[in-house]
Design a binder for this molecule. Structure first.
Ligand code: SAH
Ligand code: SF4
Length: 342
């Protein structure tokens, strides 16, 4: 659903503008799944819209629910036959977060990530991005699910900052009071470290949360794990975060997947501490330690005890760190496993 499409359609029918807003409000509530259900419109108009105007840019191909019913993963098909994955999860009872994709595949080729193995097929449009949110709102409505979808994270397939024009348009639609009306602070964008994107987000969307996928804090190992580090290395990331803080004064989340023997030793903890202290505002950085999800790559997850030890080292240095809960592992819905299906 793109509001402009509805506005244009109604203009062509010679209908007043408020009819478009009626439809947008109803659709964005998640309770109207087809133009036929739009009772505020005349029967003729409903039928014409239903015949000519696709309400969704994507459709369900497959849904998996975690055994605990706190995470759902959908494979959705786009109009051109490509598919992406999108996730709905409940970190707290009554609250739902959706994890959305920004590209079909990803060009960044991080060695630990299932999406990275696919390469990039194409960017998603703003409508395809926001329709993933709408998809889950409709899903919650149809299945009478308790609670509210109130958080959106751009942590599915793809690198949002390699598709920034469409991602910014999607942010505009999601936060527009006349469209989806989500609060900026309920949205997070995660990046592997494309510095121009970080700065643009800071300038244009200072209230949207930023997450930086750091994963290791020295250039040699980071370049081996994340080729993007060749273009935007540790020093450039530190400089970008400094500037981001000047622009926003907002807390940034550092994502750090703990990989056994690769980035989880005391030396690595110290490098992470140095990285953070080098930026100068440790209270504005929060480290999210992520449990690795198997993707077929050579890595193993860090044992739980050792993860706690890593977190304790950070905390002793005065750094906020949490080990992220891993929802939906049984449906391969957790981060990095969104490889889609062939
Ligand atoms: N491309 C963006 C956003 C999508 S990836 C980025 O890289 O930030 C979202 C998060 O999932 C990132 O923090 C990423 O590093 C993490 N991730 C990727 N593969 C993973 C895996 N196998 N296990 C756990 N997290 C993974
Ligand atoms: Fe792309 Fe993010 Fe996966 Fe890296 S971790 S390959 S940037 S989706």
């Amino acid at each position: 659903m793109h509001p402009e499409r509805i506005r244009t359609f109604l203009q062509e029918q010679g209908e007043p503008a408020y009819r478009a807003q009626q439809a947008i409000d109803a659709i964005c509530s998640g309770r109207v799944l087809s133009f036929d259900d739009l009772t505020t419109w005349s029967k003729g108009l409903r039928e014409k819209a239903a015949a000519e105007l696709p309400l969704m840019s994507l459709k369900e191909k497959k849904i998996l629910a975690s055994s605990s019913k706190v995470a759902f993963k959908a494979l959705v098909e786009l109009a051109d036959g490509n598919s992406v994955e999108t996730v709905l999860m409940s970190p707290k009872p009554g609250l739902w977060t959706t994890c959305i994709s920004s590209q079909v595949g990803c060009a960044m080729a991080c060695t630990f990530c299932a999406t990275g193995k696919l390469g990039l097929m194409r960017n998603l449009t703003a409508e395809e991005i926001t329709d993933q949110v709408l998809f889950w709102m409709q899903y919650m409505h149809v299945h009478n699910m308790e609670g509210r979808l109130n958080n959106i994270v751009y942590m599915g397939m793809g690198e949002p900052m390699a598709n920034l024009t469409n991602v910014e348009e999607s942010l505009q639609l999601l936060t527009d009071p006349k469209v989806f009306n989500f609060g900026d602070r309920h949205i997070s964008v995660s990046t592997s470290g494309l510095v121009p994107g970080i700065l643009r987000l800071g300038k244009n969307w200072p209230q949207v949360n930023l997450a930086l996928s750091l994963h290791v804090a020295n250039d040699i190992e980071r370049t081996a794990m994340m080729p993007v580090n060749k273009s935007f290395n540790i020093a450039k990331l530190q400089a970008a975060l400094k500037e981001y803080f000047t622009l926003t004064n907002r807390k940034v989340f550092l994502e750090y997947i703990l990989l056994r023997g690769e980035n989880d030793t005391p030396r690595h903890a110290q490098q992470l501490i140095d990285f953070i202290e080098g930026i100068g505002k440790p209270h504005l950085l929060h480290v999210n330690l992520i449990v690795y999800n198997k993707t077929g790559a050579k890595y193993e997850e860090t044992p739980r005890e050792q993860s706690r030890g890593f977190a304790d080292r950070l905390r002793k240095a005065g750094i906020h760190a949490t080990i992220r809960k891993n929802l939906g592992r049984d449906i391969s819905g957790a981060c990095g496993q969104l490889a889609g299906e062939k």
